[in-house]
Design a protein around this ligand. Structure first.
Ligand SMILES: Cc1cc2nc3c(=O)[nH]c(=O)nc-3n(C[C@H](O)[C@H](O)[C@H](O)COP(=O)(O)O)c2cc1C
Ligand code: SF4
Length: 518
C-alpha cells in the first residue's frame, strides 16, 4: 500500500510553516524515490503541535509535531513512514492529552479526513444527517433541532430550533439560509477551522436548514481576511453540486437547495446579523432596527434563517445521532458541545471541543496549561471584544450561558483570551471603548458618541484628573450604552469596561504622584 502522509493545509498550520514542511517532505520523497500520497487535511486544533504531520500505519495514525523543515531528513531516517521513533514523535493523535480529553461531535472529522474528498466525508459519517432529514417532514426536522437544545454559537445563544420554526411558519415566495462566517471576535477561529478542515459539514447543515424551513438558497458570508476558507468553501460547493448534494434535487429528492459563497466587507459590525444582511445586499453594513426580525423579513425582505457556522455545522450530527444523543451532553440549558478557542498568552493554544460545564479554571490552567510566559494569569476575556474580563476569583464559573451571565459575562463565540499579571486593565478598558468607537456603525448615539467620550474619560482617569468623579462618569456612561444602544456592539462594550473596573480596581487608581526632588 502507498504510504499516506497527512499535513494540515489550513491557515493556522500554514501560519506555523506547514507549507514549507509539505514541500520538504515532497522533495525528500522524490529524492529517495519513495511513492507516497500527501493529504492536506485540516488541523485537529492542537496548534501548539502544528505543523503536526501524521502517517497512516498498519496500527493506525501516528503523529509527529511540531515538525520543522530541519526535521524532515531525520524523520525519514527514523522510518516515520511506518511510525518510527523520533524526537517529534507524538504517538496516536487521539491519545494526545489535549485531543483525548475532548468530546468531538461537531469537529469529529476535522484533521482526520481530506477536506475536499466527499468520499472521505461519507466514509466518516457525512451525509447521514441529511439522508435522515430527507425522510422527515420539515416540522419534524425543526422539532429534532429544538429538542436537541442547540443554541446559536455566534454569540447570543438563541435556540436554533425556535429560529427555524419562525421561518418555517412564515409565508414567503423565497426563503434564505444565511451562514454568518464573519467571525470577528478576538481569539476565535472555530468557524475558519471547520470551513477549511471539514467544509461539507457546513454545506450539509445549511442544506438541512433549507429543507427544514422551505428555503432553497443559501449564502455563506465569510470575512475577507479568510481567503483560504473562501477558496475551500467554493471548491466544496462545486464538488457538492456535481455530486447532487446541492442543486435542483438534493440527493435525488424533490427538495432543491443551492448556495453561494460571499466575501465580507471587513467591518466588525458586519457580523451583526442585520448589518450582515445589508452588506450581503450590496449596501453599507448598518444595523437594522428590529422588528421586523430577519426570520420574518430578512435578506431581500424575505424570511431568512441566519445562523453561525458552528450552529449549522452541529446540525448534521444531531440529525445523524438524534436529538437525545446531543442533548445528553452539557449542563442546565446549555446542551451539547462547544468548541472552546483558547488563545492569548497561553501555553497550549488551540481549539478544544467539550460538553458545556467545564470550569473556566479547568480550561485555562489544565487544558491551556497557564500562561506561555509562565507568569500568573491575571485575567481572561471570554466572548470576544464585548466579553467580560474574569479574574482568577471567578475561575470556578462553569462554561454555561446562564452561569456566565450571572457573573456579568458572556460566552459569545467561546473564544477565551488569557492575560498574565503584566496586563494593565485600564488600558484594556480603554481599548474596549476605542474598539467600539472605531467599529460603531454610527446609527445610534450612545454607541457612536458614548464610546468616544468613554475613551476620553478613561484617559482622564489614567492622567489622575479627578479619578473618582471620572470613574463614576464611566459607570454612568456604561449604563447609558448598555440600555440605550440599538445592538450589542454599543450594548455590550460596557462588559469589558465594567468588569475591568470591578475586578481590577487597583489598575484604575492614579499612579503615585512623584514629588520632585528638592
Ligand atoms: C457587533 C456584533 C458582531 C457580531 N459578529 C458575529 C460574527 O462574527 N459571527 C456570528 O456568527 N455572529 C455574530 N454576531 C451575532 C449575530 O448578530 C447573530 O446573533 C448570529 O449570527 C446568529 O446566529 P446563531 O443564532 O447561530 O448564533 C455579532 C453580533 C454583534 C452585535
Ligand atoms: S450600537 Fe453601535 S453598532 Fe449597534 S446600531 Fe448602535 S451605533 Fe450601530
Amino acid at each position: 500500500m502507498i504510504p499516506r502522509i497527512y499535513i494540515p493545509g489550513d491557515s493556522g498550520a500554514l501560519a506555523l510553516g506547514a507549507e514549507k514542511v509539505a514541500k520538504a517532505i515532497a522533495s525528500e520523497l522524490a529524492e529517495r524515490g519513495i511513492e507516497a500520497k500527501i493529504v492536506r487535511n485540516g488541523s485537529r486544533g492542537a496548534y501548539f503541535l502544528e505543523p503536526m504531520v501524521e502517517v497512516a500505519t498498519a496500527n493506525g495514525r501516528v503523529a509527529y509535531g511540531p515538525v520543522k523543515t530541519s526535521d524532515v531528513k531525520s524523520l525519514f531516517d527514523s522510518g516515520f513512514l511506518t511510525g518510527g521513533h523520533h524526537k517529534r514523535w507524538l504517538g496516536a493523535p487521539d491519545k494526545i492529552p489535549f485531543l483525548a480529553k475532548q468530546t468531538r461531535l461537531t469537529f469529529a472529522r476535522c484533521g482526520v479526513t481530506d477536506p475536499l474528498s466527499l468520499e472521505s466525508y461519507k466514509k466518516h459519517g457525512g451525509l447521514n444527517g441529511l439522508t435522515n432529514a430527507l425522510g422527515l417532514t420539515p416540522a419534524a426536522i425543526v422539532a429534532q433541532v429544538t429538542e436537541s437544545g442547540l443554541r446559536g454559537r455566534g454569540g447570543a445563544g438563541f435556540p436554533t430550533g425556535i429560529k427555524w420554526k419562525t421561518v418555517l411558519d412564515t409565508v414567503g415566495d423565497r426563503k434564505y439560509i444565511v451562514c454568518n462566517a464573519d467571525e470577528g471576535d478576538s481569539g476565535t477561529f472555530a468557524d475558519r477551522m471547520i470551513m477549511e478542515g471539514d467544509p461539507f459539514v457546513l454545506i450539509e447543515g445549511m442544506t438541512i436548514a433549507g429543507i427544514a424551513t422551505g428555503a432553497t438558497k443559501g449564502f455563506v458570508y465569510i470575512r475577507s481576511e479568510y481567503p483560504h476558507a473562501v477558496a475551500v468553501m467554493n471548491k466544496a460547493v462545486e464538488i457538492a453540486r456535481k455530486a447532487g448534494v446541492l442543486g435542483a434535487s438534493v440527493l435525488g429528492s424533490p427538495n432543491a437547495f443551492d448556495m453561494e459563497i460571499r466575501v465580507g466587507a471587513g467591518a466588525y459590525v458586519c457580523g451583526e446579523e442585520t448589518a450582515l444582511l445589508d452588506s450581503l445586499e450590496g449596501k453599507r453594513g448598518m444595523v437594522r432596527a428590529k422588528p421586523p426580525l430577519p426570520a420574518h423579513k430578512g435578506l431581500f425582505g424575505k424570511p431568512t434563517v441566519i445562523n453561525n457556522v458552528i450552529s449549522l455545522a452541529s446540525v448534521p450530527v444531531i440529525m445523524d445521532k438524534g436529538a437525545a444523543f446531543y442533548k445528553d451532553f452539557g449542563m442546565g440549558r446549555s446542551r451539547g458541545t462547544i468548541p472552546i478557542q483558547i488563545a492569548g498568552n497561553v501555553k497550549y493554544a488551540g481549539l478544544f471541543e467539550a460538553a458545556f460545564g467545564m470550569t473556566l479554571g479547568e480550561i485555562v490552567d489544565e487544558i491551556g496549561g497557564g500562561t506561555a510566559t509562565g507568569r500568573p494569569v491575571k485575567a481572561v476575556q471570554v466572548g470576544g471584544p464585548l466579553g467580560a474580563y474574569f479574574p482568577r476569583a471567578l475561575f470556578d464559573t462553569p462554561f454555561d450561558y446562564e452561569a456566565f451571565a450571572a457573573e456579568d459575562g458572556l460566552i459569545g463565540h467561546a473564544g477565551i483570551v488569557v492575560f498574565d499579571d503584566t496586563a494593565d486593565m485600564l488600558k484594556q478598558a480603554r481599548f474596549a471603548m476605542e474598539f467600539c468607537a472605531i467599529e460603531s456603525c454610527g446609527k445610534c448615539t450612545p454607541c457612536r458618541i458614548g464610546s468616544t467620550r468613554g475613551v476620553e474619560t478613561i484617559d482622564r482617569i489614567a492622567a489622575g484628573i479627578e479619578p473618582e468623579k471620572n470613574l463614576a462618569l464611566v459607570t454612568d456612561l456604561c449604563n447609558t450604552m448598555k440600555f440605550g444602544s440599538l445592538c450589542a456592539l454599543g450594548g455590550f462594550t460596557p462588559y469589558p469596561v465594567m468588569s475591568s473596573i470591578t475586578h481590577f480596581p487597583d489598575d484604575f487608581k492614579p499612579a503615585p504622584v512623584r514629588v520632585a526632588a528638592e
